[in-house]
Write a protein that binds this ligand. Structure first.
Ligand code: SF4
Length: 882
């Protein structure tokens, strides 16, 4: 294999990577120094990509009702079911639920089939959950879904506001770029607006720890302040915008004076005043926002409250300024471009616009065109539950975990007449509901394009052999379309054939009327497509090198060509805390995991940072609700309950808790946070309110606690609580149970699937303390070990995990196994902080103390920690401060 340039499949930063083979024949993935998104840098997830390309757990062949089937029969069946549902119940009786993981070419074909040939708008995407409010906000303000900025603006800015964005963990390479910009330009001020003290606060000059959900009042207050300042750009407002008077009147009404804003946001008057003054006097300001702004039942208004502040000052379309939405998924932007959301048409055209309907239908020469918007994600699954959707095709996503109210979603999937799932993973929480499973390709096998948060299109190239009978998604969809009678219009042989059609449609009757235009590529050759360099759209005859910044001429894509101020009311969340549910649940990502862990969960390096699902809560709340750090707790809403580990930290505000989104039933017994969240959605964007769910918290009084480490992956049955994580050469399981076993030895053997007469089994039971330990040693190496006790006083796991690296156990190791303590205390390096170099917390703490270290750089010099991707530097600083 030669070096292959491709794109990281995780977040919307869209880092370029180079895949190659080492001399030992191993796949190596490094950052692409020439890619303009990352210039060679990668975060911990990108750096561990090579760890995740194994074929274990893959779906390799089509299956029908759980039995392997050939492609021909499986495709015929799917096409028959779709056709007969449309014939008997109309086009609205079928739906596709797709994903920001799909490549643009896959997305294009899926959208074309549904909107042009089935004739329904019922295709929606999991991007609905992460950035549809950002889309709606841009469209309301600019008349188009246009991201105005480039990453380079982060380097040109004098003020960067990160609001509702834990950039350090969710877009780490951009965080590194901002950090470097700050190093190079000490005048750059960084403000983080976030109720939590996240890792992003590490580089903040100012942290505005607002009350959860008050950001739109903060920005309404800022708008009011700017109205009275010399920075109000009257010329821009009158020449380039509309709606100012109404927006400012409502902002004044809802936000009031600085004192009122401060009290609403839970901050001091001085901090608000300083922030407003800073914004007003700094011309080059970029406001970055992400899920913390989008995931509200008024997320679109929140987005517009930010954009309004850029419009009143005219700070848009010039270097170092603008409202900048960072997208979550690798190809959320590509999905937007082809109309992957149920309320969009292809090529950024508007579904409700008759001219656009005609234009797309004529271009596609399709029998139909969707004339009204289809169902948005939450409504789509409601319709499935009500039996209105007869055939549902889910592509490359896991809605049984990621949607809100997942119990309802699971019921809907159970009830649905016919569910098709195309995925690369065999066992997910969603695949078990499938009547038909279709094996898709995954990163390293797929070929096509993706678009990142700065409108940059980059090739994703294949470099791995295709396992089993896995096929590209565009091929699967096209084959189904052919069998539904649309062969002529889905006769693609290569992704390039789709790309040129997509490019041609973007330029069709465009002439600058629409923002999305990549018509320069409408006749790109196969060779040209293969060699396509990263480029920012629009890219057409007028801008053949692409377009760094939008709206430089002050003209927008509204009918009047003027940007729109939007009236933003101060709205409270859809449901509020009360005496039964007194805490606010916030959800989000962690540093080293991605989505439902189907890929990152395979990596020992990435799993080492945070090994269990957890809830983070403030010490005062821990005290009030009698929760101890590291104990197991239940977190419940009026929908469901999860069991997770408690992490007591003053990073949380009192009254707020945080639970990450990643854990599915594949990795924990009961930790899917989506089950707690209600179905309250933004009326404009349809985005669910993941950032505010009233919950309560209680200690989970288990009768026993334990953990086991095993070379084999186990199917845990007799523990009420379990969570699993991948280690080096083994799996780690944390356990707890409601009922004490009468015979611990039998219980342990059961968990480890071993027999009572196993000669390799050594065990120790302390009757007085009710502590049980056992290990299975095969051919002198450790096969598995288990530790159980009546409380949380169990041995540290990390040094035990290291014993699995040894080919042969020493006598001292065997003794350690039964005493539960390492013979050398230094052997316990502790929880991994630096994923890139596997440096544990104990090693770092010891090094700090012994060498009297005061900076993260000094730790890096001695231990290398923090010197690669830098994602752990905020935690290194935290350890130094402790
Ligand atoms: Fe991948 Fe990390 Fe870059 Fe995101 S920041 S694209 S996860 S390497």
């Amino acid at each position: 294999m030669n070096k292959v340039k491709t794109t990281c499949p995780y977040c919307g930063v869209g880092c370029g990577v180079i895949a190659s083979l080492s001399e030992e024949g191993k796949i190596v993935v490094t950052g692409d120094p020439d890619h303009p998104a990352n210039f060679g840098n990668l975060c911990s997830k990108g750096a561990a990509l090579a760890d995740t390309v194994g074929y274990d757990g893959r779906l390799l062949y089509p299956e029908v009702d759980g039995e392997t089937e050939n492609w021909l029969n499986a495709l015929n069946l799917v096409a028959d079911k779709l056709s007969s549902a449309v014939r008997n119940h109309g086009p609205g009786s079928v739906a596709f639920y797709v994903s920001g993981q799909l490549l643009t070419e896959d997305y294009y074909v899926a959208n074309k089939l549904m909107k042009g040939f089935i004739g329904s708008g019922n295709i929606d995407t999991n991007s609905r959950l992460c950035m549809s409010s950002a889309v709606a906000g841009y469209k309301r303000a600019f008349g188009s879904d246009t991201v105005p900025c480039s990453y380079e603006d982060l380097e040109c800015a004098k003020l960067i506001i990160l609001t509702g964005s834990n950039t350090a963990w969710c877009h780490p390479v951009l965080f590194q770029r901002i950090k470097k910009a700050k190093r190079n330009n000490p005048d750059l001020t960084i403000v983080v607006v976030d109720p939590r003290k996240t890792a992003s606060v590490d580089i903040a000059d100012v942290h505005l720890a607002i009350k959860a959900g008050t950001d739109h009042v903060l920005f309404n207050g800022l708008l009011t302040y700017l109205d009275g300042s010399t920075e109000k750009n009257n010329k821009f407002i009158s020449n380039n915008t509309e709606g100012f008077d109404a927006a400012i009147a409502e902002a004044k009404e809802s936000a009031g004076d600085i004192e009122k804003v401060a009290s609403f946001c839970g901050l001091s008057k001085e901090s608000i005043e300083n922030f407003f003054r800073l914004f007003a006097r700094t011309e080059r300001v970029v406001t970055v926002y992400s899920q913390g702004i989008n995931q509200w039942s008024n997320g679109t208004d929140r987005v517009n409250s930010i954009i309004n502040c850029h419009l009143i000052t005219g700070r848009i379309g010039r270097p170092g300024m603008g409202p900048f939405s960072f997208t979550g998924q690798p190809n959320a932007m590509g999905g937007r471009e082809v109309g992957g959301l149920s309320n969009q048409l292809a090529a950024h055209m508007a579904l409700e616009n008759k001219d656009h309907q005609n234009l797309v239908q004529t271009f596609w020469q399709s029998p139909y065109i969707a004339k009204q918007e289809g169902l948005k994600a939450v409504d789509l699954f409601k319709a499935v539950h009500e039996g209105k959707i007869k055939v549902l095709w889910i592509m490359a996503t896991n809605p049984a975990v990621s949607l809100p109210d997942t119990e309802f979603v699971r019921e809907a999937l159970e009830k649905c007449e016919f569910v098709v799932v195309s995925d690369c993973v065999r066992e997910t929480d969603t695949t078990k509901y499938a009547d038909v499973l279709l094996p898709g390709q995954t990163w390293g096998e797929r070929d096509g394009t993706v678009t990142n948060s700065e409108r940059r299109i980059t090739r994703q190239r294949s470099f791995l052999p295709i396992p089993g009978d896995a096929k590209p998604d565009w091929w699967i969809i096209s084959e189904v379309a052919k069998r539904m009678g649309f062969a002529e219009k889905f006769n693609y042989e290569e992704p390039r054939d789709i790309f040129i059609e997509h490019a041609a449609l973007s330029g069709h009757k465009n002439n600058g009327r629409r923002d999305f235009d990549i018509s320069l590529f409408s006749d790109v050759s196969y060779r040209g497509y293969d060699d396509l360099e990263p480029v920012q759209w629009p890219v057409n005859r007028k801008s053949p090198e692409g377009t760094e910044r939008m709206f430089v001429d002050g003209l927008f894509f509204t009918p009047s060509k003027k940007a729109q101020f939007i009236t933003v009311k101060a709205k409270t969340p859809a449901s509020n805390v009360n005496e039964n549910y007194p805490l606010v649940l916030n959800t989000g990502r962690i540093r080293d995991q991605w989505h439902t862990m189907t890929r990152t969960g395979k990596s020992a390096i990435l799993s080492a940072h945070i090994i269990e699902p957890y809830v983070e809560l403030h010490p005062d709340d821990a005290h009030q609700f009698k929760v101890e750090n590291n104990s197991l707790v239940t977190v419940s809403s009026d929908k469901a309950e999860v069991i997770v580990r408690a992490v007591v930290s003053d990073s949380q505000q009192k009254g707020n808790v945080f639970v990450p989104i990643h854990w599915s039933h594949q990795f924990a017994s009961k930790a899917g946070v989506g089950s707690l969240v209600g179905n309250n959605c933004d009326p404009v964007s349809g985005q669910p309110e993941f950032k505010y769910t009233p919950v309560k918290i209680k200690t989970y009084n288990a009768k026993w606690f334990g953990f086991l480490l095993s070379r084999r992956k186990l199917d845990i049955k007799n523990a009420t609580y379990w969570s699993s994580s991948k280690g080096h050469g083994m799996w780690r399981y944390e356990l707890a149970g409601d009922e004490s076993a009468e015979d611990w030895a039998a219980c342990a053997r059961d968990l480890l699937c071993t027999k009572s007469d196993d000669v390799n089994w050594v065990e120790y039971f302390d009757q007085a303390s009710l502590r049980y330990r056992a290990a299975r040693i095969e051919n002198d190496h450790l096969e598995s070990c288990i530790f159980i006790g009546p409380d949380l006083n169990l041995p540290e796991r990390d040094w035990l995990a290291k014993l699995f690296d040894n080919d042969q156990l020493e006598e001292a190791d065997r003794i350690s196994l039964l005493t539960g303590k390492p013979t050398d205390p230094k052997a316990d390096s502790g929880r991994v902080i630096c994923a890139c170099f596997g440096v544990g917390i104990n090693t770092i703490k010891q090094c700090i103390v012994e060498n009297k270290l005061t900076t993260a750089e000094e730790i890096g010099e001695l231990l290398k920690a923090g010197t690669n991707c830098g994602s752990c530097v905020p935690e290194l600083k935290q350890l130094l401060s402790e």
